[in-house]
Design a protein around this ligand. Structure first.
Ligand SMILES: [Zn+2]
Length: 471
């Protein structure tokens, strides 16, 4: 694996960054923050450094990590374990290959609760297995019924799999097609249930609580290890990975918010005001699955839509932004697939509205000539998991609502005689972990008190130095 290089003009000199980094690390790795800082990662000429309160190692990109002191913080990379850091070396190397990467990536502990900075009871974004593990199910044409397998894939493999199945190229991607499905030439559908936790999804499908996921599984298989998201395990990074087949170091969407040194300003690709323009920040030469496959394509409710013949977000762009769409959303209580008892949660209500519109589009598309490749993003599941944490009543209600909407579409496939010829992939963009409400603390406060100049994007991406403007 080639080492990433620091190919940009630093806004402060390398020597000054190293000095600031040393001062920041002293604060971040101290005992006062050990309960909230799992580890810190940064790039140096000899590799990606990873340090925690108990050790420091260098991921050189070639062979095992070199331990600098103590224990290697990411020594356990067993992809099927829930206490590991799956693919940590590859994932960190990808992030730090893009000059948009921070000077220090601070990784939250799984327990860290930070409501004062927008954190929820359910969180994701970290390098650990639970926050990174999305489900991965394959079903229908070309897939044999094999149940749940002790296997694992990566989110970049989703893009390679979809492109391969729909007749496109994948060889220059970071991911590879999952070898559990054969190309049949029939329609290919990717479903992304944002924030759906792998273990609970499989548990609920087995216990009968998600009958339509169970329908998929009866005709296919699931990976117990799911699809491991790229780092950071956040939404826009991994929607982009799933639909381009490359990691953040190549597609350039390195976080839901980041600082672009070349542009000299903050970029926020993941907000309701900016989603429709987020692909403006895709690095040149990066292509989506929609651009790679020969047939007709549709991208429902996902901002990563470059090249899709039908796209919700293209309609939003054509209508001058998200304002009109948001104003036109249906009343959530009128949707028969919504758990109305959670509509007092505004995020649940909004996700329900968006997903109701998603289903309308999907049914419209499949009542006529179905697309060769369709991607269908479900939003509610993320809001529901954030609100209560995985396995909570509200998280499971979100999954049930998504399952009900999936069932309406599956019934249409049966009615139209298309179920047997369609290949379906179900995944998510990251995992989800329950925070410990008593585990609080804030590294930004500690760094400020120590006199370290920095800006913190998306609560964890630290860019060091003085910034003339703070847009
Ligand atoms: Zn997400």
């Amino acid at each position: 694996m080639p080492l990433p290089s620091r190919a940009y003009d630093a806004y402060v000199s390398d020597g000054a960054v190293a000095d600031l980094r040393g001062r920041a690390l002293e604060v971040l790795l101290g005992p006062d923050l050990a309960h909230v800082v799992d580890l810190v990662a940064w790039l140096e000429p000899d590799g990606v450094h990873v340090a925690s309160s108990t050790g420091h190692s260098v991921l050189t990109g070639d062979g095992p990590a070199r331990v600098v002191s103590g224990v290697d913080p990411v020594s356990d990379q067993d992809p099927l374990s829930d206490t590991s850091y799956p693919f940590a070396a590859e994932r960190l190397h990808s992030l730090f290959s893009d000059p948009r990467a921070p000077d220090l990536a601070v990784v939250h502990t799984g327990a860290h609760h930070w409501p004062e900075r927008g954190g929820h009871l359910g969180e994701h974004g970290s390098l650990n297995a639970v926050q990174s593990r999305a489900p991965l199910l394959l079903s229908g044409a070309g897939v044999s019924a094999r149940g749940v397998l002790d296997r694992v894939a990566r989110t970049v493999d989703v893009g390679a799999t979809l492109s391969h199945l729909a007749g496109g190229t994948w060889e220059d991607m970071d991911g590879v097609p999952v070898d559990l499905v054969a190309v049949t030439g029939g329609p290919v559908v990717g479903l992304l249930w944002d924030g759906a936790q792998c273990a609970d999804l499989l548990h609920l499908a087995a216990s009968g609580a998600l009958p339509n996921v169970a329908r998929l599984l009866e005709r296919g298989c699931a990976l117990r290890g799911g699809a491991v998201a790229e780092f950071p395990s956040v939404t826009l990074v991994n929607h982009t990975c799933a639909l381009t087949g490359v990691g953040p170091g190549r597609h350039g969407i390195v976080n839901n918010a980041f600082y672009d040194r070349d542009l000299g300003r903050q970029i926020v690709p993941n907000s309701s005001a900016t989603w429709h323009r987020s692909m403006d920040y895709l690095r040149p030469g990066v292509t989506t699955v929609f651009q790679r496959v020969p047939g007709s394509t549709a991208c429902v409710n996902d901002p990563v839509d470059v090249g899709a013949d039908y796209s919700t977000f293209a309609l939003i762009r054509d209508n001058g932004g998200t304002g009109g769409l948001l104003a036109a959303l249906p009343a959530p209580a009128e949707d028969p697939h919504t758990t109305v008892s959670f509509l007092d949660n505004p995020d649940y209500a909004w996700g329900s509205q968006v997903d109701a519109v998603g289903l309308v589009q999907v049914l419209d598309l499949w009542r006529s000539e179905p697309p060769s490749l369709m991607w269908w993003n479900t939003t509610l599941t993320d809001a529901a998991h954030h609100a209560g944490g995985p396995c909570s009543d509200i998280a499971r209600a979100g999954l049930r609502d998504a399952d009900a909407r999936l069932g309406v579409w599956l019934d249409l496939l049966v009615e139209r005689g298309l179920l047997d010829s369609t290949t379906i992939l179900l995944t998510a963009d990251h995992g989800m972990q329950g925070a410990d409400p008593s585990c609080v603390g804030d590294w930004d406060v500690a760094l400020t008190q120590a006199g370290v100049p920095f800006r913190d994007e998306a609560y964890g991406f630290l860019y060091l130095g003085e910034f003339a403007t703070q847009p």
